[in-house]
Write a protein that binds this ligand. Structure first.
Ligand code: NCD
Ligand code: ZN
Length: 351
């Protein structure tokens, strides 16, 4: 069990169930931030080209392991990128590889590197049936891309148009509605039974949509699904602290170079890996629910994925520190969440 005082909390080492590690120089820059905090992470497959076979996942996994700081025992949990051309045999190969833990659905055009995603869900129904058979979870970027749907309604409309049918048509399939942002998503997950889960990001727990327009346009608060109204943020906090095992930690930390964010057409994604568990601790402390942090961060995810919990622990102290303005990446920079501002919890120990 976690040990908690008002000043310090020790919890079983957490895992990140939704993470973008990228590749190349970016991978080398961001991986240590995650590896020092988390035992494992579900690694998103939206590279260019997408990670769409067990062999590609294996090769990507090797590159991640090679980029780990010396002595790190961090374990990447790989995913496949679902396309309309994914062969049914790829599912069995993925399951048998032992290193692929889920398959990711992106609606084509919904977000960063999603152009190879799915246009018509019916086209992948045979693959979803194979995933149900082999018990390989489906991770959903749950937004519609229909241009007539308001950007703030895309998650709720996805639930109505697609998710209700998916849940009905594949009753045994384990599904994770990733990075939920609305009370509609929370309500759906709560009513959908134990084979449906959701990840919640730190930024959606901390910020509402005003954060994108504070005194001007704030590209570093732009992510997808987009930040929502305060009442949705409050519903997410209630779900995260509820103790319901269907909700667990997934940062969706999604680094982009500064110039790709601060642009006439800036890309979506918020970098939080530099302080991920500290940011969640802030949310839980503010809600007087630090005693629930370990369940959300370290227990519910492994239970859903059928994996053991980590056995070591981390310690956080209630002590402010200032986030650097920028994180260097060769000639480029990443601007992290809270850049130049304070975070009220600090990672002080691991092991
Ligand atoms: C992610 C990215 O940059 O890869 N961006 C984001 O805003 N979350 C993609 C995604 O998860 O939607
Ligand atoms: Zn993501």
């Amino acid at each position: 069990m976690s040990s908690i005082t008002t000043q310090e909390i020790s919890i079983l080492r957490p895992d990140d169930w939704h993470l973008h590690l990228r590749d190349g120089a970016m991978l080398h820059t961001v991986l240590p931030d995650t590896a020092v905090r988390f035992g494992r992470a579900i690694v998103m497959p939206n590279l260019k080209p997408p990670v769409s076979s067990a062999a590609m996942a294996q090769a990507y996994r090797e590159r991640i392991l090679a980029a780990l700081p010396k002595g790190s025992v961090f374990t990447p949990l790989m995913t496949l990128y679902l396309t309309e051309a994914t062969p049914i045999e790829a599912i069995r190969a993925a399951k048998e590889s032992g290193i692929v833990h889920a398959v990711k659905y992106y609606p084509a055009g919904a977000t960063t590197n999603s152009e190879n995603g799915v246009r018509d869900l019916k086209k992948v129904y045979p693959v979803l049936a194979a995933m149900e058979h082999w018990d390989l979870p489906l991770l959903l970027h749950g937004e519609v891309t229909d241009p007539v749907v308001d950007v703030f309604d895309r998650e709720a409309v996805f639930i109505e148009r697609h998710l209700i049918a998916l849940r009905r048509d594949f009753p045994a399939l384990r599904m994770v509605l990733e990075h939920v942002t609305t009370s509609a998503a929370v309500d759906f997950v709560q009513s959908a039974g134990a084979r449906t889960a959701a990840t919640i990001t730190a930024h959606h727990l901390l910020l509402n949509r005003n954060a994108m327009f504070q005194g001007g346009i704030r590209p570093h608060h732009y992510c997808l699904p987009i930040l929502k109204r305060e009442r949705h943020r409050e519903a997410l906090v209630q779900a995260a602290i509820s103790g319901n095992p269907q909700f667990f930690l997934g940062t969706d930390s999604a680094p982009h170079p500064q110039n790709a964010k601060e642009s006439a057409c800036g890309c979506a994604g918020i970098y939080t890996a530099h302080a991920a568990i500290e940011l969640y601790a802030e949310v839980f402390a503010k809600a007087n629910a630090l005693d629930r942090l370990e369940a959300f961060a370290s227990r519910h995810g492994p239970a859903f994925y059928g994996l053991p919990c980590n056995t070591d622990s981390i310690t956080l102290r209630h002590e402010s520190w200032c986030v650097p303005e920028k994180i260097g990446m060769g000639a480029e920079m990443i601007v992290p969440l809270r850049a130049g501002e304070e975070i009220s919890w600090r990672l002080v120990g691991v092991g």
